[in-house]
Structure formats: C-alpha cells, structure tokens
Design a protein around this ligand. Structure first.
Ligand code: ASP
Length: 356
C-alpha cells in the first residue's frame, strides 16, 4: 500500500486551562492546574496493521507511564521528578525506542541519547551515545544537577556516571529481537538505496509487509512535558535514535532547543521524528519563540512548527504544555503514541492520527 505523502496536520488537544482549584486530596499549592503530556514516538503507525493485542499493550504502557508521572505531580513533587518518572517507565518498557527496546545502530548495538530541561531555571542536561546506562534520562538529569556542563557524550558520559554510582547494564540488556529484525530490514533496503532521503521514503512508505515489520524503524523516541503544582515546567526526551545510524550520529533528542526545551516564560516541549529536520529547525525552541515573541497560543505554535518540518521534508511530532495547563500534541506522521492527564480531570491516551 502506498500512503499519501501528506497527512492532515496535527491533532491539537488544547484549551483545558480553566482554573478549577485543587481536588481535596491534593496538598495546597500556588498553581491552579497541573498535569503532563507524554509521547512514545511518532511514525507510520497504522490502525489496520496493528493487532488489537498490540494496541492494547501500547495503550496500557502509555497509561502506566503517564500515570506514574501524574502521581508524582499529584503528591506535590516537581515537574522534573514527574518527567523522569514517566520517561524511566518508558525506557524500561521494550515497546519504545528508548532504554530497553531501543533501535540498533549500524554496528548492531544500542546507542542512547537523552536530555532534560528545567523551565524554572532553564538549567539543562544531556547525554549522547551512551551504551551501558540503564536509564539515560537520569544521567541527563545528573549532568544538569551535578556538573557545570550541559552535555556529555559517549565514554566521557559513562565515566561521569561511574563517579556517581550509576547503574550500568551490558548493551545486550537494551537489545530485542524485533529491533534486530528491523535493522536487518533497514540494511537490506539500504543496499538498494540512492540517498538518505530515498531510504527514508522507502522505509516510511514501503509496502504493507515492510511497514508491518518496521513501522517504528525510524521513530519511537519517548518524551514527557510537565507542569507541577508550583507552576514550574519541565521537559525531557530519551531515544535510541534511528535504526542503522552510523558514525556516532546524534539526532535532535539530546539537543536542547531541538528535541527538548522548557521555560516557565513560555512552555515545555519534547519532540520525536526525523531528527535531522528537528535540529535544523530548532523545533522545540521555535515553538517557545512563537509564544514569547508573538504571543501565539501553544497549540497553534506547535502546529506551525510541525508544518515547517513537513515543508522541509521531515516528519514527526511534538508534545507541549504551558503554565496555564494548555496542552499540544501535534504531528504530521500517520500516528504518534501519546497521552496526557490534567488535574482538571481531562486526559486521554491515543495512538492514531485523525486521518485514520
Ligand atoms: N528524533 C529521534 C532521532 O532522530 C528519533 C525519533 O524520534 O524516533 O534520533
């Protein structure tokens, strides 16, 4: 089956910021609304190709990740803690392209990237190309809180982790049979390719058969954005990057301003998609900039930025939340694993795009 090349842009679940006050079980706080949004990657995720059983597994994992983060917020803890809780859950699940279940690079190993940003202080931390850190999002947070730098890569990042007593795992811990088959398929497709764009085209819009096996060959990154009861925003992203990546390739996920951004002045954003495009367009910061300089509402800003990604030839999506509790989930791929939950009672877990 050939997919249409342009899908209707974006679902924007917005406008849920009514100040309802806190529920009785919540501790007193300064903030009227709190909540979070998560994603588990965007890509060729097709309703007709996903079995009811697999869909149920994804919905369950997304719900558990979302609720793990929400529980942190509900007890009055920070948006940073909530982001780490939700992402850690998805890193530990083999369903997502982060931590265990991450995609394999061209050498057949998992190479992980992650970043986090604190909207209150605009402090940030990131790691790229780590091979043995069980939960890269935690190491990104340690870079932010326990070093005077923003990003560490590869062996250096792992040496830093060792000084802090981080949990190390063999690379095989991350690797799964499905990802091995996806790598084989990607390498077969590559053997006949002419350019990176042609490969992407073939991988993304291949036959039903191919899609069935490789629907997440490119995407599956996880992310979370949160607003806590104190009115502070935070964002985080974690990924194995893209299947068959080479030469130490790093995508947008660990790049502050591209894959992750947070500022209490505007919003918190986490991205997923074809990372090269997200880097070139500084996607996460572009959304915040529209809010800051033009007072564009979050959902409209997210849609506009994703439209720019599409125009340049890229695909993927973003999630965002602002200080009033407006949320955005915008994407130009057929689907994006996503969910949100707010203290207003609003919430949902979704997989497919509006066109399906
Ligand atoms: N953005 C990630 C990267 O390019 C991939 C993804 O979101 O699935 O590394």
């Amino acid at each position: 089956m050939k997919l249409p090349s342009a899908f209707p842009l974006a679902l924007a679940a917005a406008g849920l910021a009514t100040a309802t006050g806190l529920r009785a079980e919540n501790p007193p706080s300064m903030n009227q609304t709190y909540g979070l949004v998560i994603h588990g990657g965007a890509g060729v995720i097709l309703r007709q190709e996903m079995s009811a059983e697999l869909e149920a597994r994804y919905r369950d994992a997304l719900t558990q990740a979302r609720d793990a983060g929400y529980a942190v917020l509900a007890r009055g803890d920070s948006s940073l803690d909530a982001v780490v809780a939700a992402i850690t859950f998805m890193e530990d699940s083999p369903l997502f392209n982060a931590g265990r279940g991450a995609v394999l690079n061209a050498d057949g190993i998992c190479e992980l990237d992650a970043s986090i940003m604190d909207g209150r202080t605009q402090a940030a931390g990131a790691v790229a190309g780590v091979h043995h850190i069980k939960n890269p999002i935690r190491l990104a947070r340690a870079v932010m809180e326990k070093s005077e730098h923003v990003m560490f890569t590869g062996d250096g990042a792992e040496t830093f982790a060792r000084t802090l007593g981080f949990e190390f795992v063999p690379n095989e811990y991350f690797q799964t049979e499905l990802r091995r088959r996806q790598l084989e398929k990607a390498q077969q497709l590559e053997a006949g390719k002419k350019s990176a764009a042609a490969l992407h085209e073939r991988v993304t819009f291949a036959t039903v058969d191919d899609n069935y096996l490789i629907d997440q060959i490119k995407h599956g990154t996880v992310g979370c954005v949160a607003l806590d009861q104190h009115g502070n925003l935070a964002a985080g992203t974690s990924t194995g990057g893209m299947t068959n990546k080479k030469f130490g390739r790093v995508g947008d996920s660990p790049i502050i301003g591209a894959g992750t951004y947070a500022s209490n002045a505007t919003c918190a954003v986490s991205a997923t998609g074809w990372g090269e495009f997200f880097i070139r367009l500084s996607v996460a910061h572009d959304i915040a900039a529209q809010m800051e300089y033009r007072q564009t509402p979050l959902a409209a800003a997210a849609d506009a930025t994703i439209a720019k990604v599409g125009k340049l030839g890229g695909d993927g999506g973003v999630i965002g939340i602002d200080r009033a509790g407006h949320v955005a989930m915008s994407f130009n791929s057929p689907g994006m694993y996503r969910g949100y939950r707010l203290s207003t009672g609003a919430g949902a877990v979704e997989i497919f795009g509006p066109a399906q």
